[in-house]
Structure formats: structure tokens, C-alpha cells
Design a protein. Structure first.
Lengths: 114, 115
């Protein structure tokens, strides 16, 4: 069964550094998402992406964040200058079509900013 | 604005007990979708079920069952004869039925099943 994959599984970085979190969605999915989960808290929406552009973003997704789908398969989340409060689990999600609202998630990348 | 409330932060049960996880939602939309996800200790989010707002039939899948009541804006999840492997955080989520809409999650309920 196809799965969403995410790399790395764990990333440790120093405050102020740039990080890129990578996701390979299920191949026939059309809609893509990034969510984050600060340890012990709920899952929060960051950004949605369709047809090579951002559809919607939350207020968390400020100018430090960007997303790309550079080659038609990978879907990346970049944090330009990490802060301590960016430490969280980041989940990539995708879904097939407008009528199929089930979002399937990757295993997550745990980002630790020191 | 949409909101999902899972009032139970943590629940502990003894194996083989039944347990119900509560979910109450708020939305102004007349058409929407409700979901349950499981997050085991390994951390991934596992899709369990989607329910459409226009379909109030309850659903059963093995030991899992879901009770959707539009009148009380609730979508509760029951695990029958719980097992240790059911120990996880369970999230209820809501999305509008439009375009590329994101999920709005509740804060989750941590279920511990003790042998």
C-alpha cells in the first residue's frame, strides 16, 4: 500500500539555521499539507498546497516558512531561520481529490532546535 | 470558526473494558467531514474513519464504533474490549467540505490500556 514518506525522521539544528524537511506524497495525491505538533499538544495546520501553489496558510506560517514541490514528487517545507519554538513534530499530509477528504500523513519529522 | 473539543485529556482502562472517547465540534458549515486519527507511541498519525455530515449512520469496524449525533454536534468513538495495543493518543478532527480545506484537530485524548 502506498505511503507518505518523510525525511529525515529526526533533525537537530541550532537556532538561526535553515532546515528543509522533505516529504514524498503518495503519487496520485493532488493536495498536500504541512502540519506541526509541538510536544504533547494538538496537531496544527501550517499550509496547504495545490497545483504548485499555496492554497491556504495559517498564521503560524509566517515569512520564515516556505514550501515547494520542486520536481513533481518531493514536497518540502523550509524554515529559513529556526527558533527554539519551532521545535515540534512536522507532518506532511496528502489527499487524492476534492471529493476525497481523507488526509493521509507521513510518519513525521521531529525537529529539535537548540 | 471551526473548533473541536476533546474534553477528556487522559483515560486509563483495564484491558477488556469498553471505553468511549468524546468529541464535540463547532462549525457554521452545513456540510463538513469528521475524522478520527490514532497516534501510537511511535508518533505517526493513523487515519481511522471519516464521516460526512449528511450521513448520521453509526459505523462499526471490528472493535471500533462511532456514534455521530448532529443534534448534539458530537462524534464519539468507542473501543470495545480494549487491548494494550489500543494505547495511544486519539485525535478527532473536522474539515469543511470545500476545496483544499485543512483539518482542524482537537487536543487529543491519551488512552492507556493496562494489562
Amino acid at each position: 500500500e502506498p505511503e507518505v514518506t518523510q525525511t529525515p525522521s529526526h533533525q537537530v539544528t541550532q537556532m538561526g539555521q535553515e532546515v528543509i524537511l522533505r516529504c514524498v506524497p503518495i503519487s496520485n495525491h493532488l493536495y498536500f499539507y504541512w502540519y506541526r505538533q509541538i510536544l504533547g499538544q494538538k496537531v496544527e495546520f501550517l499550509v496547504s498546497f495545490y497545483n504548485n501553489e499555496i492554497s491556504e496558510k495559517s498564521e503560524i506560517f509566517d515569512d520564515q516558512f516556505s514550501v515547494e514541490r520542486p520536481d513533481g514528487s518531493n514536497f518540502t517545507l523550509k524554515i529559513r531561520s529556526t527558533k527554539l519554538e519551532d521545535s515540534a513534530m512536522y507532518f506532511c499530509g496528502g489527499r487524492l481529490a476534492v471529493a476525497d477528504y481523507e488526509q493521509y500523513f507521513g510518519p513525521g519529522t521531529r525537529l529539535t532546535v537548540t | 470558526a471551526q473548533k473541536v473539543t476533546q474534553a477528556q485529556t487522559e483515560i486509563s482502562v483495564v484491558e477488556k473494558e469498553d471505553v468511549t472517547l468524546d468529541c464535540v465540534y463547532e462549525t457554521r458549515d452545513t456540510t463538513y467531514y469528521l475524522f478520527w486519527y490514532k497516534q501510537p507511541p511511535s508518533g505517526e498519525l493513523v487515519f481511522l474513519i471519516r464521516r460526512n455530515s449528511f450521513d448520521e449512520q453509526n459505523e462499526i469496524s471490528g472493535r471500533y464504533s462511532w456514534n455521530f449525533q448532529k443534534s448534539t454536534s458530537s462524534f464519539n468513538f468507542t473501543i470495545t474490549a480494549s487491548q494494550v495495543v489500543d494505547s495511544a493518543v486519539y485525535f478527532c478532527a473536522l474539515s469543511e467540505a470545500r476545496g483544499n480545506t485543512p483539518l482542524v484537530f482537537g487536543k487529543g485524548t491519551r488512552l492507556s490500556v493496562i494489562a
